[in-house]
Design a binder for this molecule. Structure first.
Ligand code: SF4
Ligand code: SF4
Length: 88
C-alpha cells in the first residue's frame, strides 16, 4: 500500500511488473488484486526499492503467503496470455 506521504514522483508506476500502481485521487495507489509483492517477477518489491520517500509499507489488511502471491502471479499471467491471444 502507498501512504499519504507519497509525493507523486511517478517513479514507481512504470516499475510495477503487474500494472498494479495507478494514480488515485490524491496520490498513487496500489490495486491489491494485482500486486504480487513482485513474486514471480523479482526477488524484492520493486516499488518499495525505488520509492525515494519510503512510503510503501506492506498492507496489514492484505497479508499473503508466498504461495498465495505465486498463485496470483500465475492467474495474472494467464489473463495476460489470454488477452494477448484473443487480441482483446
Ligand atoms: S510490490 Fe511489485 S507488484 Fe506490488 S505494486 Fe509494487 S511493484 Fe507492483
Ligand atoms: S515512488 Fe513513492 S513517492 Fe513516488 S509516486 Fe511512488 S509511492 Fe509515491
Amino acid at each position: 500500500m502507498i501512504t499519504d506521504e507519497c509525493i507523486n514522483c511517478d517513479v514507481c508506476e512504470p516499475e510495477c511488473p503487474n500494472d498494479a500502481i495507478y494514480m488515485g485521487e490524491a496520490f498513487y495507489e496500489i490495486d491489491p488484486h494485482k500486486c504480487t509483492e513482485c513474486v514471480g517477477h523479482f526477488d524484492e518489491p520493486q516499488c518499495v526499492q525505488i520509492c525515494p520517500v519510503a512510503c510503501i509499507p506492506l498492507n496489514p489488511e492484505h497479508v499473503e503467503s508466498r504461495e498465495t502471491l505465486m498463485q496470483k502471479y500465475e492467474r495474472l499471467t494467464a489473463i495476460k496470455v489470454t488477452t494477448a491471444s484473443t487480441g482483446a
